[in-house]
Design a protein around this ligand. Structure first.
Ligand code: SF4
Length: 415
């Protein structure tokens, strides 16, 4: 297939595909699916071998958010029966993090609901980072606290944070349909602040919110323009009690095509399979390991994932290996998290390679919120349906298990 040969060649050269090529990946048929996975798998193996990085989520503060992100079970007015609690103490967070590290996680992601941190919150998270690093030598810590004010990214960096996550989630054109309390430009601004402070930027998307193929390609190209080191790809978890509870419009095949498209557009970036993989990929999860080089271990923020041991078994059974703490995640031509990030704007990852993605993202308008979509998601409607929608129109509490263990409970974490 000419399209796939072209995309493999471009991926191996770190060259940006055209928008038409990215759209064509999303339009491939089920008969072509294994060819698409095999092609994107070549690009994945070129830059990341057969390694899988494990990340572990710790929800520092759950629910009670004043923002209105339609996909989120922690949103203002959410009726989802999730755990609600305020800030974990540093030792409580460290205990939860240790379970993930013991399970093989190389990075701990500290997430807090809310529009953004106060300076006091940043101090609090700094103490938590110190506690985690003291007890878990070599662990990477990523903070995900929402919109950052001036100076906060620098303070997090000084406190020992390695990375900062803030997702764009969807295209600029449709952003206003999923959130009204902050804007797309706010989100872009926070990713840029993290980048400029020397934190490794992590920013991704949520698929399955009723977006079009063009929306998906738009957000992935915008992400590439922002040059994050990691791109989490979430699949909407339609939580009962949120506006998007009935938005079941992904199939495993569709989810795999989306992951392949992200890999072709961001060939040498950590592409992370995030919230919703169990719910939407189901028994097809192992195929996704040929596309992504990173996953979350165990549970998500407000929903339960499959058992951590099942994640490890899946990786081994599929012929992949868990990435060790002493191994750089990113290819040598990219700076790893321990090194200073490139200045904001432009694409520091592609030295010597042809142009990076459209720079429009950096100029667009917006605001932010916590940015975490990692398992807190549910989605929004309105835009055109994208795939088979056999299940659309019904909530599926049988498929979405609310988290009842780990951080904020007396029960052991799943890791
Ligand atoms: S995604 Fe973050 S900002 Fe938005 S409602 Fe959820 S917790 Fe709040």
């Amino acid at each position: 297939m000419d399209l796939l040969n072209t995309l493999v060649d471009k991926g191996l050269r770190r060259e940006l595909p055209t928008r038409e090529e990215a759209l064509a990946v999303l339009a491939t048929s089920d008969d072509e699916l294994l060819d698409v996975v095999a092609a994107a798998g070549k690009v994945r193996r070129q830059w990341f071998g057969r390694r899988v990085k494990l990340n572990y989520l710790v929800n520092l503060k759950s629910g009670l958010c004043p923002e209105d992100c339609s996909y989120c079970s922690q949103r203002l007015g959410s009726k989802a029966e999730i755990l609600k609690y305020t800030w974990l103490k540093p030792e409580e967070a460290s205990q939860a993090a240790a379970a993930g590290v013991a399970g093989g996680a190389k990075r701990v992601c500290l997430v807090a609901s809310g529009r953004g941190p106060t300076d006091r919150d940043v101090d609090r998270v700094g103490k938590t980072i110190a506690a985690i690093k003291e007890q878990n030598e070599g662990v990477e810590v990523c903070a995900c606290l929402g919109l950052l004010s001036d100076g906060q990214a620098e303070r997090l960096k000084d406190a020992g944070a390695d990375a900062y996550n803030h997702n764009l989630n969807t295209s600029e054109a449709t952003y206003g349909q999923i959130t009204r309390t902050h804007t797309y430009a706010d989100r872009v601004d926070t990713v840029q602040k993290a980048h400029a402070a020397g934190l490794s930027a992590c920013s991704g998307l949520i698929a399955g919110m009723g977006e079009s193929d063009e929306d998906l390609v738009d957000v992935v190209y915008s992400l590439r323009g922002l040059d994050p080191d990691s791109v989490p790809v979430n699949f909407l978890i339609p939580f009962e009690g949120t506006p998007l509870a009935k938005e079941w419009n992904l199939t495993p095949q569709r989810a795999l095509r989306i992951l392949a498209m992200v890999r072709f557009v961001c060939p040498d970036v950590e592409v992370r399979l995030a919230g919703g993989r169990e719910v939407h990929l189901r028994s097809m999860q192992p195929l996704a390991l040929h596309l992504v080089n990173s996953i979350f271990l165990g549970d998500y923020l407000t929903s339960e994932g499959q058992a951590g041991q099942a994640d490890l078994d899946m990786i081994a059974d599929a012929g992949f290996e868990v990435e060790g703490a002493g191994t750089s995640t990113l290819p040598a031509h990219r700076s790893d998290v321990a090194a200073a990030a490139a200045p904001a704007g432009g694409c520091g990852a592609h030295d010597g390679a042809p142009v990076c993605g459209p720079a429009g993202a950096a100029d667009s308008a917006g605001t932010a919120g916590c940015g975490s979509a990692c398992g807190g998601c549910s989605g929004h409607a309105e835009a055109a349906p994208v795939a088979a929608r056999a299940d659309a129109g019904a909530v599926r509490p049988d498929l979405v298990a609310v988290r009842r263990r780990g951080a904020g409970t007396d029960l052991a974490p799943n890791a």
